[in-house]
Design a binder for this molecule. Structure first.
Ligand SMILES: [Fe+2]
Ligand SMILES: [Fe+2]
Length: 227
């Protein structure tokens, strides 16, 4: 958790009985959640989220994905990022998120996607299922990513606030290659970073990598050699 981040669940998420169901894809809903998010995460995290929203919109327009869904998924993807390890474990128990006990024990930081998806889905039933799924899987990816899932995953990695390593080069590939190729490139880069930093990989990351490399028969490293 970034220093100074505070997660506040409860009141803002509890939808009182009888309250009319909002249109989660409206600008009013977006503005209301954006205002709430400001109180849930640090200023630095909030700025990251704004970068992800802008990048998700750009990717959605480039690759023909629903812009309102992409913007909403981006806005809400780090909704639970303000919790520390113990806080997010408790959050997972509270919201009944379906999560692997191994993840709870060893990689609690990765719980913020599943807990946010579960909590937001309960509090705001009009949020479309595909938006919740993209939020759920934004940290580890999945072997069957939808276009929306890929937009959020790539936007999270390539938002303009990230200025290090090969991120600018990867940003330069937007529109130059397919969304799936871009996703695989970002997945490869992030996985290499994690290994170089000596951090543990989630086992699903290996499954996701294998699934896409085998499916495409166009592995990232080979493509790089051809350039
Ligand atoms: Fe995240
Ligand atoms: Fe993020």
């Amino acid at each position: 958790m970034a220093k100074g981040e505070q997660a506040h669940g409860g009141a803002a998420e509890a939808r009182p009985e009888g309250r009319p169901v909002e249109d989660a894809l409206s600008e009013d809903f977006f503005a209301a959640r954006e205002a709430e998010l400001r109180g849930r995460v640090s200023a630095k995290r909030f700025a990251h989220v704004q970068g992800v929203v802008a990048m998700a919109e750009r990717l959605a327009r480039t690759y023909g994905v629903d812009v309102a869904r992409a913007r909403l998924a981006a806005l809400l993807h780090d909704w639970d990022k303000g919790y520390d390890d113990e806080g997010v474990r408790e959050r997972a128990r509270d919201v009944g998120a379906q999560v692997d006990p191994w993840l709870v024990e060893h990689m609690p930081r990765l719980l913020h996607g599943p807990t946010a998806a579960r909590a937001l889905g309960r509090a705001f039933p009009s949020i479309p299922e595909d938006v919740l799924l993209a939020i759920d899987r934004h940290t580890t990816g999945s072997t069957d990513m939808s276009a929306l899932d890929m937009v959020l995953y790539v936007a999270d990695a390539l938002e303009e606030g990230r200025q290090f390593g090969r991120v600018a080069e990867l940003r330069g590939r937007i529109g130059q290659e397919s969304l799936e190729e871009l996703f695989v490139d970002v997945l490869a880069y992030w996985t290499i970073l994690i290994i170089e930093q000596g951090r543990p990989l989630h086992p699903d990351t290996v499954n996701v990598w294998n699934a896409y490399v085998m499916k495409n028969q166009k592995p990232y490293l080979h493509r790089k050699e051809r350039q």
